[in-house]
Design a protein around this ligand. Sequence first.
Ligand code: NAP
Length: 317
Amino acid sequence: MTNPTAPTIHHKVIILGSGPAGLTAAVYTARANLSPLLLHGPLAGGQLTTTTDVENFPGFPEGIMGPELMQLMEKQATKFGTEIKVDTVVKADLSTRPFKLQGQSGSYSCDSLIIATGAAPKYTGAKNERELLGYGVSTCATCDGAFFRNKVIAVVGGGDSACEEASFLTRFASKLYLIHRRDSLRASKIMQDRVLSNPKIEMVWNKTVVSVEGNKKDGVTALTLQDTKTNEQSTLPADALFVAIGHTPNSQLFVEQLDMDENGYLLHDADSAATKVPGVFVCGDVQDHVFRQAITAAGSGCMAAIGAERWLEGQHS
Ligand code: NAP
């Protein structure tokens, strides 16, 4: 809980989020001597900490594990003077400067704000999906895959995330079903090939999950599926369901303060990371539903940091 008598902590730059976008913004603003404060919620490192091998981040020809990459970025950010604090921001006021942020444990203000709050996993809305989260239903293969060694695992989704999760989970699964609502995958060719050539993976085409069967004591026991063409329902025995159907941007704090698209992704100037509020910059997955890569997030973090640095400089000239 916030202590109402605690003083407001002021920084020239505050960065919200500790994924590749936030940490890159931290490296740049720290190296510009702006002593940034980076605030993040309970999961440090963002979504990359829930992934395994990252094979497409330049500079790591042998690949690198997601959590390790994030630790290295954090080390680099703190080396140059970034202060990192765990505090979930619950309220933001961008109406006047300095901008005000209310965290669960402290109050903050800043001259320039860099928003790198990322995106959160989506759910299918199947019956019992949320109730059995942590009891056989998961959105993170890296976190929970090992709990299902030699078990039957189902993954739902047809994009790169679902294919990546499915391939990774075959390390543990005795059998893996990839359930997709259409008859072709949305994923990139290389990911599709990996999944379709994996003998442990069986595709379940044209099906949605309508209900997750099981309970908190026994975990998941089966899935009730519905055929998207015939509406026929069927039962698929499974011990786990990994949901990998995309993400929702974490932009709720800025509703009615910043412009966003119909899906909640924050909007910024075409040629910079600047929002309509001078001094507020956005980067990473909260503003990108197209690429959503660690490297594009890092690149946009750099743009946001340089934007903030130049904007702050402009305030004093
Ligand atoms: P995505 O590309 O939006 O794919 C979401 C998938 O879930 C789609 O196949 C969609 O079906 C399905 N879906 C959505 N809502 C559903 C529902 N309610 N019930 C059942 N299925 C549902 O999301 P993503 O896979 O998370 O990827 C997002 C971006 O991140 C992409 O640009 C991707 O390339 C990138 N990414 C890259 C990597 C990598 O390169 N290593 C890894 C992960 C993600 P439809 O196809 O029918 O719409």
